[in-house]
Design a binder for this molecule. Structure first.
Ligand code: TMP
Ligand code: ASP
Length: 239
């Protein structure tokens, strides 16, 4: 497998073409951004931690029957993944109210709703990834109603698998963001990453935040928090 030119560079990852048109290399970087790029920093070794964490999570999700873009981990920063056309939607799953939803609706962070909440955002950096609904997504041509039904079913399944896994680590999965892609044969798979950059993870005993909110809110010890997630994950999956 040969790494060829850069295809796309995002906040936390860079994607490279390979000599196989169906496969890309995903490189996990140490850079972090928040609030639509207003806040930026380099967190040493974050990429290595996120690669290791998302490797375990993708494998556990695949084992549970969730189709993902993940193929294999090549080294401490790189994953080999299926090349997909990213569906320009961020699907947010909320088990506990926090972050933008707490702010927008004036609900205290940490409130447990009676039902799981699904939000859709339109992936457009220049617009600040606005919150939309299913009908907007269809009208924008981002996905069909049938695809949305499939995406919500996958998001629900991912939530079930992750709630169980993090539960065994004594961590509350507050919320997370996932992205999906279409493969060349039209299959919808989980893409992007699942890591403390894209989840809110609170220690079940102390309520300590073990995720990117440590960076967003200047709480310090970002790397240590991500390291704690990796070490607990390794224990529960016996690595
Ligand atoms: P929010 O409270 O800011 O809407 O975030 C909800 C969840 O989605 C939280 O776990 C962080 C994650 N997220 C991302 O991974 N990327 C993003 O661009 C945003 C806005 C949220
Ligand atoms: N990554 C996003 C940004 O750059 C948002 C976030 O995760 O807070 O703004």
């Amino acid at each position: 497998m040969k790494q060829l030119e850069l295809l796309y560079e995002g906040n936390g990852k860079a994607l490279y073409r390979t000599d196989d048109p169906e496969r890309i290399i995903v490189r996990y970087k140490d850079t972090a951004t928040a609030f639509n790029n207003i806040k930026k920093a380099t967190i040493e070794n974050k990429g290595i931690l996120n690669n290791a964490i998302s490797t375990i999570l993708f494998r556990e999700l695949e084992r549970a029957g969730v189709k993902t873009h993940y193929i294999e981990t090549l080294n401490e920063r790189d994953q080999l993944c299926r090349r997909v056309e990213i569906i320009p939607l961020e699907v947010i799953v909320r088990n506990v109210i926090a972050g933008s939803m707490a702010q927008r609706l004036g609900i205290e962070e940490g409130t447990k709703p009676s039902n799981v909440i699904y939000d859709l955002c339109y992936k457009r950096d220049d617009l600040g990834d606005p919150l939309i609904n299913d009908h907007h997504a269809v009208a924008l041509g981002a996905a069909t109603y049938e695809e949305l039904a499939q995406i919500y079913a996958m998001a629900q399944k991912i939530n079930t698998v992750l709630l169980d896994l993090f539960g065994r680590m004594r961590i509350n999965l507050i919320d997370f963001k996932v992205e999906f892609g279409r493969t060349s044969d039209g299959e919808i798979v989980l893409a992007d990453e699942v890591s403390p950059d894209t989840c809110r993870l609170w220690d079940r005993d102390t309520n300590e935040k073990l995720d990117k909110d440590r960076f967003r809110r200047d709480l310090g010890h970002v790397r240590e928090a991500y390291g704690e997630i990796l070490s607990r994950l390794k224990k529960v999956v016996n690595e």
